[in-house]
Design a protein around this ligand. Structure first.
Ligand code: CA2
Length: 149
């Protein structure tokens, strides 16, 4: 199984570390990418790390992942709560999918308590701050290893 993992980030996450640090912390998305790449090296994974404010780009990357990736870590941001299209795309992907949220969405507004993506995700991480990405990557690596065994 491929050890290529897509790490996908949805709308407004380009502002990470620049606004609302009380909710999302001080790390920027570039910091998250740097830490993910360092961990991926340790885990023997190759990463494609992307962020977009456009739903179709997230969907196109999921389609790309179908062709060549072993797993997906996705923080769909607000698309989590709205996008049947992102769910449909993820349902076409055969490898492990981990949904990752920086904040604890269950402690926030009721509209954040429902996730379309959770209907497909093999695991969900919420409220671990940006460390959640590291945990998600470790889990994807384990699931890829288990499938290969
Ligand atoms: O907690 C998360 O990771 C979220 O996916 C973040 C989304 C939110 O809509 C989800 O309910 C939970 C929002 C991403 C916006 O990111 C920002 C980061 C810094 C400043 C402003 C927005």
């Amino acid at each position: 199984m491929s050890r290529l993992v897509y790490v996908l980030n949805g709308p407004n996450l380009n502002l990470l570390g620049k606004r609302q640090p009380h909710i999302y912390g001080h790390e920027t998305l570039a910091d998250v990418e740097r830490d993910c790449r360092a961990l991926a090296g340790e885990l023997g994974l190759t990463l494609r790390f992307h962020q977009s404010n456009r739903e179709y780009e997230i969907i196109d990357w999921i389609h790309e992942a179908r062709e060549e990736a072993g797993g997906i870590v996705i923080n769909p941001a607000a698309f989590t709560h709205t996008s049947v299209a992102v769910l449909d795309a993820l349902n076409t992907f055969e490898g492990p999918v981990i949904e990752c949220h920086i904040s604890n969405v269950h402690k926030r507004e009721a509209f954040r308590h429902h996730s379309y993506v959770s209907l497909r995700a093999d695991g969900v991480i919420a409220g671990f701050g940006t460390q959640g990405y590291q945990l998600a990557l470790r889990r994807v690596a384990r699931l890829i290893d288990d499938k290969a065994a």
